[in-house]
Design a protein around this ligand. Sequence first.
Ligand code: SIN
Length: 289
Amino acid sequence: MRNSQIEIRRTSGAVGAEILGVDLAHPLDPTTLGTIRDAFHRHSVVFFRDQDMTPAQHIAFAEQMGSIVVNRFFTPVPGHPKIAEVRKEPGQAANIGNIWHTDHSYDQIPALGSILLAREVPPHGGDTLFASMALAYDALSPGLKATLAGLHAVHSSRHVFGVQSGAAKRGAGRLKNAELATQDAIHPVVIRHPDSGRKVLYVNPDFTTHFEGWTKEESKPLLDTLFRHAARPDFQTRFSWREGSIAFWDNRATWHYAVNDYHGERRLMHRITLEGVALSAATESSSST
Ligand code: SIN
């Protein structure tokens, strides 16, 4: 495939767009790069089909979008330490990412986004859901928005990837470095998106453990309310993979959820994660556009 007329088609009324007519395997001209960046900021997750790319070309595309940050818990693709494998074998029960989350929110500087390329897909199932956390925020009541405005939350990798979490057992060779899962980070509950300037709800069911200054017990009812609200189908899109499909999502603006409905089948994806910036509370006046 060579670049032809670029077309952008929304995949739901809420979030996501498919970009057609782009061949990502070759260096992109500034206009095409600008179009992809603009669609990414506008729709928070962009999809591409039928991309015939080597791992080196996957890396080269990612480097045109930002700087790569290596995930320390995922097993890398052999010979390509910058690419993480997201794998489920036919004999495995658990898949990776089967809970709403945003990648790397446990880092002090969370990842900007992830570029996931489908290498091997099951004959049915294995879709990924994405949800807009800007829409989730917008739909909160004024009273709850006011309550959240001053709050920060703690995000952790320990209970997900750490020694006590049993991740190594569940991940069966797909996850590593449990002893490095010591990161906790504190982020505003409502961030000002660094690029779009929109207010975004920044807590997620996988990594957010409690509000800063509150106990976990005190935090749970409000976090559960937010998680239930943000998981409404009204804020979502659903992507069905084919070999060569790519999803490029914004971790500051979305949650994602890998559906585990393809037991007995293999699914193999290659993921590259891009470095982000420190997140600011939406109440801070800087970057208000
Ligand atoms: C992930 O959570 O990063 C992986 C999503 C997927 O496999 O669909």
